[in-house]
Write a protein that binds this ligand. Structure first.
Ligand code: ADP
Length: 259
């Protein structure tokens, strides 16, 4: 996939930082709320650097075995099958562990040796030690707001990465992202961003996370598909954010006053 085929609008100096981290063989942690472009950015950079991207969506069931690989019974024979981390190291790919803090502690520990000067992976089941080629890069994502109520990433893990903070894009950029991604006309994209801005300012709603760019894009897609804008914004923005009747009413009010 070429970089031209992945739509990504730069919000700061992130692509320069990523390219330099890759060249310097430094692992990278992208931090920020959900739906603000972290995954898209990593996809874009992998395409730009011409590297294969291997993504693992981590969850509380993700174990070291899931990441490294296991012996499987295939046609009556037991055969070793590489997991995604092992494959990424062998292939010199960019490995993206999405929501790494969700993975179990034993899974997080196996990647430690890939993050320091050793850049090695030890497969205890096969007794192999793999050395990551120069093109290999480990990228993890982490959602600080969400983690406050869920799992934390240990300092001993965090400090192995350089950190790139993401947040909601500036107004004009977010409008361009919506129009670029969905083809929605500028004026309506502007209104969606205005809704986001107002709801993001309503801290009294105590939302775990506020309106993401992803939600705005979903609303834009529904509008493009012919749904009335207020309805599209209600189902794409208000409903996914909260079940609290007062908070829902407040967000709906913002939508009705803006669209
Ligand atoms: P995250 O990984 O942070 O949860 P994503 O990367 O999946 O979020 O972003 C959600 C959506 O928002 C993407 O699918 C894309 O449509 C859009 N998006 C966010 N930021 C950008 C950006 N800077 N350029 C292009 N699209 C973006």
């Amino acid at each position: 996939m070429s970089a031209d085929s992945v739509f990504y609008l730069e919000t700061g100096r992130e692509s320069e930082l990523f390219a330099k981290a890759w060249a310097a063989r430094l692992p990278l942690m992208v931090k920020g709320p959900t739906g603000c472009g972290k995954t898209r950015f990593v996809e874009y950079m992998a395409a730009k650097l011409g590297r294969k991207l291997i993504t693992v969506a981590c969850n509380e069931d993700t174990t070291a075995t899931d990441l490294l690989g296991r012996h499987l019974l295939i046609g009556g024979e037991t055969r070793w099958t590489d997991g995604p981390v092992t494959r990424a190291v062998r292939e010199g790919a960019i490995l993206y562990l999405d929501e790494v803090a969700e993975a179990r502690a034993d899974a997080i520990v196996v990647i430690h040796s890939l993050t320091d000067h050793r850049r090695e992976l030890f497969l205890d089941r096969t007794g192999e030690t793999l050395h990551a080629p120069p093109e290999f890069m480990l990228v993890v994502s982490f959602n600080p707001g969400y983690q406050r109520s869920m799992r934390e990433l240990k300092p001993s893990t965090r400090q192995r990465f350089i950190g790139l903070g993401f947040s909601y894009p500036a107004e004009d950029l977010e409008i361009r992202i919506i129009t670029g991604e969905t083809g929605l006309e500028d004026k309506q994209a502007r209104s969606l961003v205005s809704i986001a801005k107002k709801v993001r300012a309503l801290t009294e709603l105590s939302l775990l996370e506020s309106v993401s760019t992803r939600l705005l894009i979903d609303a834009a897609k529904l509008i493009q598909a012919g749904l009335p804008p207020r309805y599209a914004a209600t189902v794409a923005i208000a409903e996914p954010l909260t079940d609290d009747p007062d908070a829902l009413a407040a967000i709906r009010q913002v939508i009705e006053l803006t669209l």
